[in-house]
Design a binder for this molecule. Structure first.
Ligand code: HEC
Length: 577
């Protein structure tokens, strides 16, 4: 709990109520229930705006609605799209119950023994800047930092009932609910105002029994050696399981441990083991690759790309330490990418996020001298100098035979395949056209689906989606590739790319790209031509947060629910129209 919190006095008797609110005593519980009831009844938007701006509520110390100014809390201009009334009530009454992962608290202990907690604002080679509880920026020189660690509570003060009355609270919630993204005139065909639902949605059927549920699964890869076998990566436990489907019902299914990486990988809220990729020649060489986090410099999560090997019978990992190919340095715990997959060209593609903090203030997406904010591509079958991998000959910034590229590209990283990306969490190739489809998680307003080609600049943070974002790192004469689709906050807040459906030629979904949103749980299908949006429809909703898709050897799809269930996506009865 954070200092100054109203509940601090009663730390010993914390009760976590079923609705997720944190109570310390009966009295608080009664007050919170009264506030909640008032807000559910409804309030007045205009009066709520005044509460928001008031000194007593202090919301404006840490929040703005939109614009480039930076504050400790997230921009709230579209919060009515993002949260239901119930979620709004919860997030204001009990800020720590649902933490925005991008605005968590960092705690710094200085060499002089001072403890400073705040939301990370900026970080460079010299100093850390954090927003404190009043929303002011505090600068700490890196040379004064003894310990830096992530906090688990919100900087946003709990105990709003001490300064705001119940009816004012109801007004405030009504105001927040009214803050929605304007539909406006659609200037970009790739940003539809509405996304219609198909008449008959796709079905989601669990792939396994309830008892077999996984612990925060984030990736499913079909086995290269057996048609009935799937590999499932668990983020937090840092284990990989082999799920073998039996004939008939679930009772003959088997779940066996393939790899336990907990001695090498570190885990946090969303960190841990994130992805798995089998070498194209796995059947011969038994080599496979993992993307996992380690704590860098004792404080920050940083992704490692490593090689491992299976036993001769392919049933288990062969043991021993991972062979580390590449580490992607991070100065914050944010936006670390997470994807790993072999492309149709046989090279290993890696998704690297902009590495934070919010809005990419260092311009990593546009900075060719760093690996972050990119899709990287390496050749795992070669080594080059002191590198444990080779650089594919047509990587855009490859320096031939130790030669140099002309300035300003002299420092460009040779591993880069494409740049200007924010958080390419998941991507895949269309098995027919070879198009690389990327789900690039957005900043304040839009989630982006992109088709990415060799050497391209996809615009972040000069653009967010189709819209201008910042001119700070804009370059004269540069071509910025827009997304194919950009969707707004009312549709979702965190895009999860899937696959282009190529299983059944007679299906209306044949050739459509399927994807989802982690928070709204919606699943969509879309088509494109020359990277211009064709059709997009909602085709269903996942019962759990869809964090990834999987694909079997026939091209049928799975949706991975972060709460533990893998679903088969059954498109048979659904028509994409
Ligand atoms: C001291 C700074 C501070 C103050 C004051 C503050 N907030 Fe926040 N707020 C934050 C931070 C930091 C977060 C992100 C962490 C979290 O999710 O709790 C946040 C998150 C939120 C969220 C969730 C946003 C999202 O996208 O997940 C809402 C809604 C919100 N605040 C509303 C308010 C309202 C209404 C007030 C005034 C009553 C207020 N805040 C006062 C710092 C503050």
């Amino acid at each position: 709990m954070k200092p100054g919190c109203a509940f601090l006095i009663c730390l010993a008797v914390l009760i976590i109520a079923s609705n997720g609110l944190l109570f310390s005593q009966e009295a608080d519980k009664e007050i919170l229930a009264r506030y909640k009831a008032a807000a559910v009844k409804g309030g007045d938007v205009k009066r709520g705006e005044a509460v928001f701006k008031s000194k007593e509520a202090a919301c404006a110390n840490c929040h703005i609605l939109a614009g480039m100014e930076k504050k400790a809390g997230p921009k709230l201009g579209t919060i009515g799209d993002k949260f239901t009334q119930e979620q709004l009530i919860e997030s204001v009454l009990d800020p720590s119950a649902r933490l925005h992962p991008d605005h968590t608290t960092t705690t710094v202990v200085t060499t002089a023994g001072k403890t400073i907690s705040g939301v990370l604002h900026a970080r460079d080679k010299k100093e850390i800047q954090v927003f404190d509880g009043e929303g002011k920026v505090i600068r700490i020189s890196l040379s004064d930092v003894e310990i830096e660690k992530p906090g688990t509570t919100s900087l946003m003060p709990a105990g709003i009932f001490k300064t705001v009355k119940a009816d004012q609270f109801a007004d405030l919630i009504a105001y927040l609910g009214s803050l929605r993204q304007k539909a406006g005139t659609t200037r970009w065909p790739g940003m539809p105002d509405e996304i219609a639902m198909v008449k008959k949605p796709a079905r989601l059927e669990p792939l396994h029994s309830e008892a077999m549920k996984f612990d925060h699964p984030v990736c499913l890869i079909a086995s290269p050696t057996s048609a009935r076998e799937y590999f499932i990566v668990e983020q937090k436990t840092r284990k990989i399981f082999r799920l073998t489907k039996g004939e008939g019902d679930f009772s003959t299914d088997k779940k066996e441990l393939f790899l336990d990486l907990s001695d090498e990988a570190s885990t946090g809220q969303f960190e841990g083991v994130l992805c798995l990729a089998f070498h194209p020649d796995y059947k011969k060489n038994r080599r496979y690759y993992v993307n996992f986090h380690v704590r860098n410099q004792g404080s920050h999560f940083s992704p490692i790309i490593a090689e491992r090997r299976a036993t001769a019978d392919f049933k288990k990992d062969a043991g021993g330490k991972s062979k580390r190919l590449l580490q992607i340095p991070q100065d914050t715990d944010l936006h670390w990418g997470g994807m790993l997959a072999f492309g149709p060209d046989g090279y290993l593609y890696i998704g690297a996020g902009d590495a934070g903090p919010q809005e990419d203030p260092e311009g990593h997406g546009q900075d060719l001298s760093v690996l972050t904010g990119k899709i990287l591509r390496i050749d795992v079958d070669k080594t080059q100098g002191d590198r444990a991998y080779g650089i594919p000959p047509d990587n855009p910034f490859r320096k031939f035979d130790g030669g140099k590229l002309p300035s300003p590209l002299a420092n460009a990283r040779e591993e880069i395949y494409a740049y200007g990306l924010r958080m390419p969490w998941r991507f895949s190739w269309d098995t027919e056209t070879g198009d690389l489809w990327v789900g690039d998680i957005g900043q304040n307003l839009f989630e982006n689906v992109r088709i990415v080609r060799n050497g391209e600049n996809h615009g972040w943070n000069v653009f967010e989606g189709f819209e201008n974002f910042s001119d700070r790192f804009r370059r004269e004469g540069e071509t910025y590739i827009p997304p194919v689709l950009s969707y707004r906050r009312k549709e979702g807040v965190s895009v999860t790319a899937g696959y282009v459906y190529r299983a059944k030629k007679d299906s209306s979904y044949y050739g459509a790209f399927l994807f989802a949103d982690f928070e709204s749980k919606r699943i969509w299908a879309m088509t494109q031509k020359d990277r211009k949006l064709g059709k997009v429809r909602q085709i269903g909703r996942c019962p759990e947060k869809p964090c990834s898709f999987g694909i079997d050897n026939d091209g049928e799809l799975f949706v991975i629910g972060y709460e533990g269930t893998i679903f088969r996506l059954v498109l048979d009865d659904s028509v994409f129209e």
